[in-house]
Design a protein around this ligand. Structure first.
Ligand code: FSO
Ligand code: SF4
Length: 541
């Protein structure tokens, strides 16, 4: 087994015996075989496009299948066996439509075994082949891994957008082309740098697509107060990132007396008018970031719906209360395949309730691009009159490894005349801090999920436009934390946009080779975080 795709990776090199996330070597091998087969599908789909042949099913399936291999999404071998066979079937169907025989890599014809054991062995062989073919150039290998992981990020955004009926053929075409490129031994280091930056560009497009999907479906987020204290009554907890899953659950729980709570990255859902305002039983938020779920889920009285990442190995104390949706999976945990939440609702009504309403505690969310840009004049004025000195975007993933207290300490030390924008689950280290206001503008604004990075980028670009400066000349510093592969695709988007001086932590990705990192340092002044004091001083200098 070799997997280095997330920040949690063992010894900061790669998980070799068992995933630090709980992924078994067998599931890792099946994920490798799935990726191998998707590369074949990518090649055939790319050739088919040249003949004007498009397969909607192959497009959407590619996103779902890639998303399933992202960290903490799916741990169920049976799901991967299904995905592998479906990939081969879609590839063969597309290949049969081609007007003439193709010359492609052997992956265009690869046949896969039937039994689980055969597939696992084939997966191990495919991983060995990929590593040995790439090992001669460690920097190209590093960039290939960067592209594979970035593709998983694009696929996650693409999947969420397609669930709301939004698609872009250019995104699908790029995914297939990049998968196909992995079999092209002629590509140079420069070619791979260009593919990685192109990935950043396409990721910007897919994030824009998702932003349009979310805001057209649920309205633009508005600043909203969210209760953090439980309310007496029956309860369901929904975690992950998928707004459609949450909406369907809210519809089905209307008038049942059940209170629905968000967990983790679903906190920003409260900001959407067509969720919070339409469904008052979307009561509040329970818990913090993903890595605290084993404690928080154990304490929650009702069933828990896991819509997307990040799922941790469920403890026996609550495993029978967990339900998964979409690409998420865990063996022996009930999977809901059609957004029918009947079983969840039945369990919620049978299980104990929160017995009392606890003392009110609350946070604010909903400061997405529309809400912030609605007060752009006030913000610009506050900057021009010196009331706001600097903006910090402290965003990204949280994680289980030590060293992440940097981010909460950083926010605590941000001077009073500076504003902090945040997004994704890293904010749970400081999301309930009272930072006050500057001229009515909150000093801490939650832009949304990691999936809302597009919103933060639009805020930065609009401010640059208003001040008539390059975005790098804004009084804005980006202090990012990464954990999984959506963060890889977002970082590539920021680099594609030419954004410099980003500080990245808590550690640098293991899959970035020293030479590739040097290149990023040289061109973008990308730098690792140091200490809150030193980084703050440097940003404000
Ligand atoms: Fe966090 Fe997990 Fe949203 Fe990531 S919940 S770590 S960037 O998967 O997705 O921010
Ligand atoms: Fe290790 Fe992360 Fe891969 Fe899991 S996803 S096996 S923790 S590198």
């Amino acid at each position: 087994m070799f997997c280095s795709q997330c920040e949690q990776t063992a010894s900061e090199q790669g998980c070799l015996k068992w995933g630090a996330c709980g992924k078994s070597p067998d599931v890792d091998a099946l994920q490798d075989l799935l990726l191998h087969c998707l590369r074949g599908l990518g090649e055939v789909a790319t050739i088919a496009r040249q003949y004007g042949i498009l397969s909607f099913e192959a497009n959407t399936f590619t996103c779902e299948a890639l998303f399933s291999t992202l960290t903490n999404v799916n741990f169920d071998a049976e799901d991967f066996i299904h995905y592998i066979h479906k990939t081969v079937q879609l590839r063969d169907n597309l290949r049969a439509l081609l007007p003439q025989p193709i010359t492609g890599s052997p992956l265009c014809w690869l046949s896969v075994g039937e039994t689980k054991e055969e597939l696992i062995q084939q997966g191990k062989n495919s991983e060995f082949d990929f590593i040995s073919q790439s090992a001669s150039n460690v920097d190209i290998f590093s960039l290939k891994l960067t592209v594979i992981y970035g593709l998983k990020g694009i696929a996650a955004y693409g999947y969420h957008a397609q669930e709301l009926g939004h698609h872009d053929e250019r995104v699908y075409a790029f995914c297939h082309e990049a998968l196909a490129a992995l079999s092209n031994a002629d590509l140079t280091l420069d070619d791979w740098v260009n593919i990685a930056l192109k990935l950043g560009e396409v990721n910007l497009r897919v994030m824009e697509l998702l932003d349009a999907a979310n805001t057209e479906t649920y309205g633009h987020p508005v600043p909203t107060t969210v209760a953090l204290n439980p309310h007496a009554g029956k309860a369901i907890l929904v975690s992950g990132h998928d707004l459609k899953d949450l909406e369907e659950l809210l519809k089905q729980t209307e008038n049942t007396g059940i209170y629905v709570y968000t967990h983790g990255e679903l906190l920003p859902a409260h900001g959407y008018p067509k969720l919070k305002q339409k469904y008052p039983h979307l009561y509040g938020h329970y818990g913090t970031a993903w890595q605290n779920q084993t404690r928080e889920f154990a304490d929650f009285p009702g069933p828990i719906v896991m819509t997307t990442n990040c799922l941790m190995p469920p403890h026996q104390t609550y495993k029978n209360r967990v339900f998964t949706c979409g690409p998420v999976g865990w063996p022996d945990v009930t999977h809901l395949s059609s957004r029918d939440f009947t079983a969840v609702i039945k369990m919620a009504l049978e299980l104990p309730r929160f017995t009392e309403t606890q003392e009110p505690r609350q946070v604010m969310t909903g400061f997405a691009r529309n809400a912030v840009l609605n007060v752009a004049d006030e913000v610009i004025n506050a900057v021009k009159t010196g009331k706001i000195r600097h903006f910090f975007l402290v965003g990204g993933c949280d994680g289980a490894k030590p060293g992440r207290s940097y981010y909460s300490e950083f926010v605590e030390k941000v001077p009073q005349d500076c504003v902090v924008l945040t997004l994704a689950c890293g904010k749970f280290r400081f999301f309930d801090q009272e930072l006050g206001e500057i001229n009515g503008i909150p000093r801490l604004m939650d832009v949304g999920q990691c999936n809302d990075a597009y919103s933060a980028i639009q805020i930065a670009l609009a401010l640059a436009n208003a001040f008539n400066v390059d975005v790098n000349e804004l009084p804005l510093s980006m202090i990012l934390s990464w954990y999984e592969q959506k963060a890889v695709s977002i970082l590539l988007t920021l680099l594609y946009l030419g954004i410099k001086d980003i500080r990245l932590g808590p550690t640098l990705p293991a899959f970035i080779s020293p030479n590739v990192f040097q290149l990023l340092q040289r061109q973008y002044n990308l730098q690792p975080i140091t200490t809150p004091d030193a980084d703050l001083a440097a940003c404000l200098a």
